[in-house]
Write a protein that binds this ligand. Structure first.
Ligand code: GDP
Length: 193
């Protein structure tokens, strides 16, 4: 799939503010610093569609983008900011809950994890959380360029084993080398049919 157009639609925190698009939607989610902004920019071939290294305060909203006038990509706020207060965490959890349950356009969540960082219960639970709402979760292992080729496969396998998933269904990516770009675009393309 060629990316011809990538347009910002709007940002929203609650369902009443979501854009009306009626197009298949694909979300990107992960711990802050997992490489989500870099991955989205790499996928759509834009340097700065999504701002990288944003401060926590700037990232409390869901950002919606229209791609090729045919599908929607969403940038969900990252989790794991130590600076978030209890109330902010509550609001964040509710925002995710609302998005998972009240966005029928949502097809798939690409769940990003830094390949070098062993997953924890948080990651395991997050995946199950979305799957329990019948949302497809695809695990993406980011920053693959930071590991040598012979270390990538063992890292994917140990991630898969901990998450009890099939290693072949975890997609290594790199925003630097563009590894994984074609695979992810292909996954999206097959879900547009
Ligand atoms: P976000 O908080 O999940 O949106 O993460 P960012 O995209 O802002 O990336 C966090 C940091 O990791 C930045 O310093 C990026 O330059 C770096 N980074 C992100 N993706 C990659 C990658 O694929 N390879 C390398 N080497 N660095 C990356």
């Amino acid at each position: 799939m060629q990316i011809q157009k990538a347009d910002f639609i709007k940002s929203a925190a609650t369902q009443s503010h979501y854009p009306q698009t009626n197009k298949p939607e694909f979300a990107f989610f992960g711990r802050s610093n997992a490489g989500k902004s870099s991955l989205i920019n790499m996928l759509v071939n834009r340097k700065n569609l999504v701002k990288t290294g944003s401060r926590p305060g700037m990232t409390r909203l869901i950002n919606f983008f229209l791609i090729n006038d045919s599908f929607v990509l969403t940038d969900l706020p990252g989790y794991g900011y130590a600076q978030r207060s209890k109330e902010e965490n509550k609001a964040f959890d509710y925002m995710l809950y609302e998005y998972a349950t009240q966005r029928p356009e949502l097809k798939t969540i690409f769940f990003l994890m830094d390949l070098r960082r062993p997953p924890t219960n948080v990651e395991k639970d997050t995946i199950l959380y979305f799957e329990n709402f019948d949302i497809e979760v695809i695990v993406v292992a980011t920053k693959a360029d930071k590991l040598s080729n012979n270390k990538t496969s063992p890292a994917i396998h140990s991630m898969a084993s901990y998450l009890q998933r099939i290693p072949e269904l975890i997609y290594p990516t790199s925003a630097v080398s563009k590894k994984g770009r074609a695979d992810i675009l292909k996954l999206i393309e097959t879900r547009l049919k």
